[in-house]
Write a protein that binds this ligand. Structure first.
Ligand code: KG4
Ligand code: ZN
Length: 335
């Protein structure tokens, strides 16, 4: 099936064309990062307005890249949540209007489910996992651990009780006067820093559950800045590396424990924070040491994009049924 997927849940406007839920024919993304950077984070009203401005151009770009016209599209998949309501509406109504006009089915999709299964897409650098696998979603809004038994078949093991990992990166970066999105800046600065320079706490460092918490770590960084001032030069690099190491330690501790507890042999990292070079490196080393297989999509499929919706769009369009995980399903079918 040839499916058009649309993602507009936050500050990326994206349209993809996916064949049989696996093959990416196009994945056009318009990022609003430069617009939101001057405010230090995403401004919802501006995000919605820019989605409205960009959506048609991105849609045409995707069709051009794939060398297709709208007539070729056999079904639509669109992110229905979670996300910013005004932003989501732009993608949802675009998909529903197209589906209505072309008399094709449209399915509403869960953004997290997209992140979790992006690694099932084909790509030069993507190795696809078999089921079951442990999926760690680390994004700006979520830090969740799921057992993925198949498409539409998930078990939530744990999640953050306060800030998400990406949110912690963004807030710490802001305290340090670094640009949004903070994860990118911290990753870059940490490359020249010592990860053991400052002893930051490892929150929820326990085998008792698979939940996370990052607000205490964020406070520890704030207290360090209060006591020592905003660092510069090598000290800035050291602080970034030490903070990043604490986040990576906790993420991997929980993920590896979950693999062991549930006898899972495959670990999948997804979401924007899965772009983090230290997390990728340490995950690779840890999985090798533990005899686990690691799967991480290329960075362009980890941050928000429409292609990541391909596998689930195909699945739900074929199934024509609801999924509890989706929870935001629309079935706008004009017949
Ligand atoms: O998945 P995503 O694009 O959007 C959400 O669904 O939230 O994730 C965005 C998050 C931001 O918090 C950003 O700082 C973080 O991903 N991020 C990174 C890196 N690149 C993006 N965090 C750490 N290291 C990176 N290299
Ligand atoms: Zn996301």
């Amino acid at each position: 099936m040839l499916v058009m997927t649309i993602e507009s849940s936050c500050d990326e406007t994206s349209v993809a064309l996916i064949k049989d839920g696996r093959q990416i024919l196009a994945n056009a993304v318009a990022s609003q990062i430069p617009i939101h950077r001057r405010y230090g984070g995403v401004v919802p009203e501006l995000a919605s307005r820019n989605h409205i401005r960009d959506i048609h151009q991105v849609l045409n770009e995707a069709l051009d890249d794939a060398g297709l016209t709208l007539d070729a599209v056999e079904g639509f998949g669109v992110t229905c949540g979670p996300g910013l309501v005004g932003s989501l509406l732009v993608g949802i109504e675009t998909a529903r209007a197209l589906a209505f006009a072309l008399n094709k089915p449209v399915v509403g999709l869960n953004h997290l489910e997209g992140h979790l299964t992006a690694v099932l897409l084909e790509g030069d650098t993507v190795k696809n996992p078999e089921f079951p696998y442990l999926g760690l979603i680390v994004s700006g809004g979520h830090t969740d651990l799921y057992i993925v038994r198949g498409l539409g078949n998930y078990e939530l093991l744990g999640r953050t009780r306060d800030d998400a990992a990406g949110e912690a990166f963004d807030k710490v970066a802001r305290m340090l006067g670094q640009p949004y999105p903070g994860g990118v800046a911290i990753d870059r600065l940490a490359k020249d820093g010592r990860p053991d320079a400052i002893e930051f706490p490892r929150p929820m460092w326990t085998r008792k559950n698979f939940d996370f918490s990052f607000s205490g770590l964020k406070t520890a960084v704030a207290q360090h800045i209060d006591a020592h001032g905003i660092p510069e030069g090598q000290q800035l690099n050291d602080l970034c590396a030490s903070f990043q190491e604490a986040v990576v330690d906790v993420l991997l501790f929980k993920a590896l424990n979950a693999c062991e507890a549930h006898k899972l042999k495959r670990l999948v990292l997804s979401g924007g924070v899965a772009c983090n070079s230290r997390l990728r490196q340490r995950a690779q080393e840890a999985c090798q040491a533990e005899g686990l297989e690691l799967f991480v999509a290329p960075p362009s499929l980890c941050t928000d994009n429409a292609a990541m919706l391909g596998p689930i769009a195909e699945h739900y369009l074929q199934l024509e049924g609801d999924s509890e995980f989706v929870g935001h399903t629309i079935r706008a079918q004009s017949s």
